[in-house]
Ligand binder design. Structure first.
Ligand code: C5P
Length: 211
């Protein structure tokens, strides 16, 4: 069983993916961490994330231990991630890893939950279930700034909102694998739902689909 979860930043994909993986005993892959790791590797050595040759080299030499760095979650890393993620060679370099994860999930699990931007459209077009999780810009920016403040970061709502809109625009307007709901995805708008309600709605849909 493959559950593909796509959607813009801070819509609640990650939380939902973890809960579904635990519920169905599936492996979980946060595909955004791959793009973030490529970006972070470049930022750490002072490289420009817009340099395609260097970004490709960083993607080709990515190691599993680089996917656990806490700095992956920083806003600057997310911004740089969306720059390298618009490059076709970088996406190609990361595709095999994602498909292999779906085909042979680690830990002997019988399937996987993968969240990102192009999982239902490009990485796993044959996924058992496709969810497109979204929320209004304002709600997502509020959630993200609360998260940052909780983590000790200096977050100003207006700044978060602006950065988020820029990143979403870059993700939606790029020519390769743009952020878009697959034709056969169900759209879950989480603007007025808490994490429990999102989980319940997703579960109901999935059980109906696989039932
Ligand atoms: O989901 P997250 O915010 O961690 O993703 C960081 C960036 O990685 C996104 O803004 C997007 O540009 C890119 N990404 C992508 N395709 C995916 C997952 C993430 O292009 N499947």
């Amino acid at each position: 069983m493959i559950i593909a979860i796509d959607g813009p930043s801070a819509a609640g994909k990650g939380t939902l993916a973890k809960r579904l993986a635990a519920h169905f005993d599936l492996a979980h892959l946060d595909s955004g961490s791959l793009y973030r790791a490529v970006a972070l590797k470049m930022l750490r050595v002072g490289q420009d994330p817009a340099d395609e040759d260097l970004a490709l080299a960083a993607a080709q030499t990515l190691r599993p231990d680089e996917l656990a760095d806490p700095a992956l979650r920083e806003e600057a890393t997310g911004k740089a991630a969306s720059i390298v993620a618009a490059m076709a060679p970088v996406r190609r370099a990361l595709l095999d890893f994602q498909r292999a994860f779906a085909r042979t999930p680690p830990g002997g699990k019988s399937g996987a939950v993968i969240d990102g931007r192009d999982i239902g459209t490009v990485v796993c077009p044959d996924a058992t279930v496709k969810l497109f999780v979204t929320a209004s810009d304002e709600v997502r920016a509020r959630r993200r700034s609360e998260e940052l403040q909780g983590g000790g970061g200096i977050a100003i709502y207006a700044r978060v909102l602006q950065d988020m809109r820029e990143r979403d625009a870059r993700d939606s307007q790029r020519s390769v694998a743009p952020l878009v709901a697959a034709d056969d995805a169900i759209v879950l708008d989480t603007s007025d739902l808490d994490a429990d309600a999102v989980f319940a709605a997703a579960l109901e849909y999935i059980n109906r689909k696989i039932g």
